[in-house]
Write a protein that binds this ligand. Structure first.
Ligand SMILES: NC(=O)c1ccc[n+]([C@@H]2O[C@H](COP(=O)([O-])OP(=O)(O)OC[C@H]3O[C@@H](n4cnc5c(N)ncnc54)[C@H](OP(=O)(O)O)[C@@H]3O)[C@@H](O)[C@H]2O)c1
Length: 224
């Protein structure tokens, strides 16, 4: 059995190049993409031509059990997936908000967010059992920065949630009392609102494209 680097969304861009890089470092690269079998085979052959090990599979990530079954088959036939790269292009077109249909928005979410959840649900427990594994997710500038026509893409790549929704009301309240308010360990929404206001007042000549707000004594809430 060989250590595997699985790339879901292995096109000619980031995905194919990441697969090649890992193959040249000694992993068996498994490249998966939705269409263009010829292009897929070409990438696999190119990696093999350089002395790397590679396999390619056509897979449509939004189809039920597609990722789940592929992960199980790879681990049975090739080896443990030590590196997982989630690199789906979740572009559904450059559409303004009014032109973005619910169907298109949902497709973006199914592609980039729900598929990622499905992959993580199957693979992370296996990695945990082995005590190692790397899980990489390609995001996009659209997830960080406002972009006209990118509503579905931005939401899918950002997979947004809020702490309250994530933890449930009791745990959130507990965390707020222990770490929030004067403890400086959590962002206070009302203070965040100050920044929103500031943004609304910025002059176009001095425009902020990215703001990273963090509490003064931040510690990650998920592991401390
Ligand atoms: N390239 C950049 O400079 C850059 C920079 C920052 C962020 N990003 C983001 O990174 C992501 C990937 O970029 P990339 O350059 O690697 O693009 P890419 O070369 O087009 O690769 C994306 C791959 O995703 C596959 N895919 C799409 N839907 C799929 C599905 N339902 N099932 C299986 N595979 C599917 C495509 O397969 P098919 O082609 O066979 O349909 C394609 O091979 C994009 O979301 C992009 O916004 C890119």
């Amino acid at each position: 059995m060989e250590p595997v680097c699985l790339v879901i969304g292995a096109g000619a861009g980031i995905g194919g190049n990441v697969a090649r890089r890992f193959a040249l470092e000694g992993y068996h690269a498994v490249l998966c993409r939705r269409s263009n079998e010829q292009g897929l085979n070409k990438m696999v052959q190119a990696i093999r031509g350089e002395g790397g090990k590679a396999s390619g599979f056509i897979l449509n990530a939004v189809e039920e059990n597609s990722i789940e079954d592929r992960i199980a088959a790879i681990e049975a036939d090739i080896g443990p997936i030590e590196v997982f790269v989630f690199n789906l292009g979740a572009q559904t077109g450059n559409l303004g908000l009014e032109a973005t249909s619910s169907k298109a928005f949902e497709l973006g979410w199914r592609l980039a967010t729900f598929s990622l959840f499905r992959a993580a649900s199957v693979l992370c427990p296996r990695m945990e059992k082995r005590g190692k594994g790397t899980f990489l997710v390609t995001s996009s500038t659209a997830a960080m920065r406002g972009n006209p026509g990118q509503h579905s893409h931005a939401a899918a790549m950002g997979a947004p949630d809020t702490l309250g929704k994530l933890l449930g009301p009791e745990r959130f309240q507990d965390l707020r009392e222990k770490r929030g308010l004067e403890h400086d360990g959590l962002l206070l929404p009302e203070r965040v609102a100050d920044t929103y206001y500031h943004l609304s007042q910025q002059h176009r000549s001095a425009w902020t494209h990215e703001i990273d707000l963090r509490p003064f004594s931040e510690k990650p809430w998920w592991n401390s």
